[in-house]
Ligand binder design. Structure first.
Ligand SMILES: Nc1nc2c(ncn2[C@@H]2O[C@H](COP(=O)(O)OP(=O)(O)OP(=O)(O)O)[C@@H](O)[C@H]2O)c(=O)[nH]1
Ligand SMILES: [Mg+2]
Length: 304
């Protein structure tokens, strides 16, 4: 059965750009240089994502205020919706946090009225524009945002950017959001989560044949300030076609800031399932850890 996703947010926060990269496979670097035209009305597109069909409604930021007032518009946007993704960015949050918080509350109120089952997700986009000191403390930023927004449920906030240094953050955000209703994505996620929960200081991903991360998991104590740096490394590896050097099933040591990251890439060779690589990495110096983790994940994935 198809699922409906609505992208909401002010003009220029990056809704259409995210849609183009995640679902249309467009080049993030080009979209950073050549902006898309502002969206007018609601643009609806249908996409496949692993085992599900998604109808994505990309709305106009210019017309958001109107949408939040006009009941017939609201029925079109929120009727039958499964997930509403509200996107905002640092600039807007920085200059207008209370207004953005009120807008998120308003969206939540309308959703509760029209469609109680729908879930609201928050994306804080363009993290490349945040000063580094704030970017490295996303936990504090999350806490601040949740407090100002002050909804009954504390919503997760995904921090994203299309900048090549952070590109995997957007695949990760969408993978987590969509895995709520993709059985296949969900079972892969469950296999990764249950395996990695017994390991310390590790992160793992599965990529598809577009070099997108379709699912990822990490140990509770994996240093979250390293995540965006690890995205950067993996992105550069796949972009430079250096995968072949790294996907040899052997461990490689990488420099991440002033830390060493140990990494292992294993080809999954499952094109029929669109699963290309398993990537595991750890900050731990223990060599056996990664081999053990990869072996356990492979047996829990049960794809062969
Ligand atoms: N620095 C930075 N710029 C971004 C990022 N993502 C998108 N942009 C830029 O943000 C601008 C607006 O992007 P759009 O995707 O058209 O914004 P939108 O939310 O669809 O806007 P409307 O259609 O008017 O509602 C473009 O100039 C993009 O290049 C990002 O991660 N970092
Ligand atoms: Mg747009």
């Amino acid at each position: 059965m198809g699922k409906k996703v609505v992208l909401l947010g002010r003009a220029g926060v990056g809704k259409s750009t995210l849609k183009e990269i995640i679902f249309e496979g467009n080049n993030p670097e080009e979209l950073m240089i050549h902006s898309l035209a502002p969206t007018r009305g609601m643009e609806t597109s249908i996409y496949s994502w692993l085992d599900i069909e998604l109808s994505v409604f990309d709305t106009s930021g210019q017309e958001l205020k109107n949408l939040l007032k006009d009941e017939s518009e609201q029925l079109i946007a929120f009727g039958g919706v499964d997930i509403v993704i509200y996107i905002f960015d640092y600039e807007i949050w920085h200059s207008d946090s209370q207004e953005i918080a009120d807008e998120i509350k308003e969206v939540n109120k309308i959703m509760r009225r029209i469609n109680k089952q729908a879930q609201l997700m928050l994306i804080f986009h363009k993290i490349d524009l945040i000063p580094k000191i704030i970017r490295n403390n996303v936990k504090i930023l999350t806490y601040q945002i949740q407090n100002i927004v002050n909804l009954p449920i504390k919503h997760s906030i995904y921090f994203t950017s299309i900048d090549q240094d952070y590109i995997y953050s957007i695949h990760n955000a969408f993978s987590e959001i969509i895995s709520r209703f993709s059985e296949k994505n969900f079972s892969l996620k469950k296999a990764l989560d249950s395996t990695i929960s017994n390991f310390s200081e590790c992160i793992c991903y599965i990529t598809d044949y577009n070099n997108s991360i379709i699912v990822q998991s990490k140990s509770n104590n994996f240093n979250i300030n390293l995540i965006y740096e690890t995205y950067r490394i993996f992105y550069n590896l796949s972009r430079d076609n250096k995968n072949s050097t790294y996907n040899d099933g052997k461990q490689h040591l990488l420099n991440v800031d002033d830390k060493i990251l140990r990494m292992l890439m294993i080809p999954l060779e499952a094109p029929n399932l669109n699963l290309k690589l398993l990537v595991v990495a750890t900050e731990s110096l223990e060599e056996d850890l990664l081999n053990n983790l990869a072996k356990k994940i492979l047996s829990n994935l049960n794809i062969y």
